[in-house]
Design a protein around this ligand. Structure first.
Ligand SMILES: C[S@@+](CC[C@H](N)C(=O)[O-])C[C@H]1O[C@@H](n2cnc3c(N)ncnc32)[C@H](O)[C@@H]1O
Length: 300
């Protein structure tokens, strides 16, 4: 399916792939030792379909194997850099509501990574779209300014970044950090690994404008594509599991607002050759709103 998408056609890829060997009972898993080998052909296609100024965000977290954190995510980052990606940033999704637990050698896992990859150093980023209220920090910090606060101070570690604290006086909104504090919302999603809608929403706001194209190659219950369409972006989702695929279509039909093109893939391979696909068929058309659902099924 990915192979059928045109080069340089996507503004944002936002996805959460199956993690290594997890959730085998629901939608399969890949052995940690095979994960990088499995993922690289997919990231190669994503590199091809992403526009030069686009962004790829990968939600992933290594599991613990034999009492040790697995290293496949770190290895994947290194291999993707060799493949041509820039590893621009790492965001942390702090899961505010993770349930309590006791483990002999660690504490409960309350965060996941969102790895940001780009094709080039200059990419589209609309920082104003994700500004946050300045918060209590300003009340104390800006009340009494020292002599170093009123001039630009360059970073002492040579990072090239500087700061002028006085610039923030009177500002109501500031730029956020790279830590997102969001609760998980699995209970109402009919999918065991759905992420909260606020997660793709935040990155869609940051990296795209209305009309831009968002791709989720592991669509699951369709959280990313639903958020993208509601935010007036275009969206493509790919999902291998027929149950989740149908779930996306059903949810979409219920909304009956936008048109959606989804692809159902039934083979074991993520990337199939274009010849294996039927012509897209109109699956459903809402008479009142004119919304259309097109389905592109793979030949058996
Ligand atoms: C972590 S879940 C994504 C959940 C999604 N973010 C959501 O909010 O519902 C990963 C999804 O990838 C799908 N998947 C696994 N292997 C796939 C493949 N080779 N091609 C397409 N989808 C695949 C699984 O069925 C699963 O629904």
């Amino acid at each position: 399916m990915l192979r059928t998408l045109p080069d340089n056609s996507v503004d944002l890829v936002f996805t959460s792939p199956p993690y290594a060997d997890q959730r085998k009972n629901t939608y399969g898993g890949i052995h940690p030792n095979k994960y990088v080998e499995w993922f690289l052909p997919i990231s190669e296609q994503l590199l091809r379909v992403l526009k030069p100024d686009g962004t790829f965000c990968l939600n992933i977290k290594e599991k613990v194997v034999n009492g040790e954190r697995s290293t496949y995510v770190l290895e994947l980052i290194l291999e993707m850099r060799r493949q041509g990606w820039l590893w621009t940033e790492e965001f942390i999704w702090h899961k505010k509501n993770c349930f309590p637990g006791k483990w002999p050698n660690r504490f409960r896992d309350a965060w996941e990574r969102i790895l940001q990859f780009n094709k080039q150093k200059k990419f589209n980023m609309y920082q104003e779209a994700v500004m946050v209220p300045v918060g209590d920090w300003a009340k104390h910090r800006l009340k009494k300014l020292g002599k170093n606060d009123t001039k630009r101070l360059e970073s002492s570690v040579g990072s090239g970044f500087g700061k002028n604290i006085a610039n923030w006086i009177g500002r109501k909104m500031v730029y956020p950090t790279n830590v997102l504090h969001l609760a998980t919302e699995c209970s109402n999603k009919q999918h065991s690994a759905a992420f909260p809608r606020a997660l793709p929403e935040w990155f869609i706001s940051l990296f795209t404008r209305p009309g831009d194209m968002v791709l989720d190659p592991f669509a699951g219950s369709g959280t990313t594509i639903e958020a993208a369409l509601d935010m007036q972006r275009q969206a493509i989702g790919i999902e291998i599991h027929p149950t989740y695929f149908e779930l996306i279509i059903t949810k979409h039909k219920k909304k009956g607002k936008q048109s959606l093109q989804v692809e159902e893939q039934q083979g074991p391979e993520h990337i199939s050759s274009p010849e294996c696909w039927c012509e897209p068929e109109l699956d459903y058309k809402d008479q009142e709103t004119g919304a259309e659902v097109w389905v592109h099924r793979k030949l058996q």
